[in-house]
Design a protein around this ligand. Sequence first.
Ligand code: ATP
Length: 307
Amino acid sequence: VLAAGAVAALSEVAGDVQRAAGAAERLLELLDARPVIRAPDRPTPLPSPLLGAIGVEHVTFAYPSRRDTLALNDVTIRIRPGERIALVGPSGAGKSTLLQLLLRFYDPDHGRLCLDDVDLRDLDPAQLRSVIGMVAQEPVLFTGSAADNIRYGAPRASDDDVRAAARDANALGFIEALPNGFDSHLGPGGVQLSGGQRQRLAIARALLRNPRVLLLDEATSALDAESERLVQEALDRLMKGRTSLVVAHRLSTVVSADRLLVFDQGRLIGDGSHRELLETNALYRHLASLQFGTTASKDTGQEGKDP
Ligand code: ATP
C-alpha cells in the first residue's frame, strides 16, 4: 500500500517533474526506480473536444518485480464520459494498479487501455497526463507558497483563477487565515497543514488544471466531521461533469457513485450499484459490512421476525 501511495502521489507531478524544485531530488529517485515508458515517435493527438470515455480491454498485468502475481487479470471495463466510478475490493486486489496503468506508469502485458478509443500507448504521455487529474491519498505539497502549490501544473493561471479554485475547493477560508495568506510558505520550515487542509489544497490544484478525467485515491485516515464535510463537498464539485474513478473507502462515495467495480485478486468480479451489489455479490456484501458498516439490507432482519 505504501508503495502504491508513493506512486500515486508521484503521479501528480510526473508530467513536469523539473518544476518541482523543492521535491525534485526525492522524486527523481523514485522516478529512477520506474521502468521507462516509451513515447511513440509520432503520437496520436487526443480528440478535441475530449469526451473522457475510458476503455479497458482484456488487460492483464504483473509488476516487473512480481512476475508471479497478476495484479490485473483479464479485466474489461467500459466507462462512459462523465461517469462516476467507485473501485472497491480488498487490499491488493488491483485498484491502484488500474489507476497506474491509466496514467501510463506501466503498460499492460496483454490487452489495451484507451481514452476516447485511442490506445494510451499511441498518445504522448505528457498529453495524457495533462488531461488526467490525480488526487492522491496523501497529497504532496511542495516547498513554496500556497498559491504556488495550487498553481502547480497550471503555471499560467491568474491570481483570480487560483483564488476561485481555492474557493471551490473549500480552501479559501484557511488559506486567508494563514499568516501571509496565499503567499504563506508551506512545507518544511513553513506552515504545517492538517490532513484535511492538504487534501483541499490538492483539490484546488486539480480544479485549476481542469482535467477531463479524474483519478482519486480516497484517504483512509479519518478526518473530523467538519473537515470531512468540507473535503466531501470539494470533491463533489471537482468530480462534477468529469469522468472519475475513485478508490473508495467511504460509504458516501459508493452510495453516490454511478457504478461500482469490485476487484478481487486482480479480477473484476462485480459491476453495479451499491444496492445491486449488496444483493448479488457476496464479496461486496462482506466488504461493505467491514469497510462501510452496512449490512446486506435492513429488510433482512425484518423477514426473520415473521412467524
Ligand atoms: P490497496 O487497497 O491495499 O491499495 P489495491 O487494490 O490498490 O490495494 P494494488 O496496489 O493494485 O491493490 O496491488 C495489486 C497487486 O500488485 C498486489 O498483489 C500488490 O502486492 C502488487 N503490487 C502493487 N504495487 C506493486 C509494485 N509497485 N511492485 C510490485 N508489486 C506491486
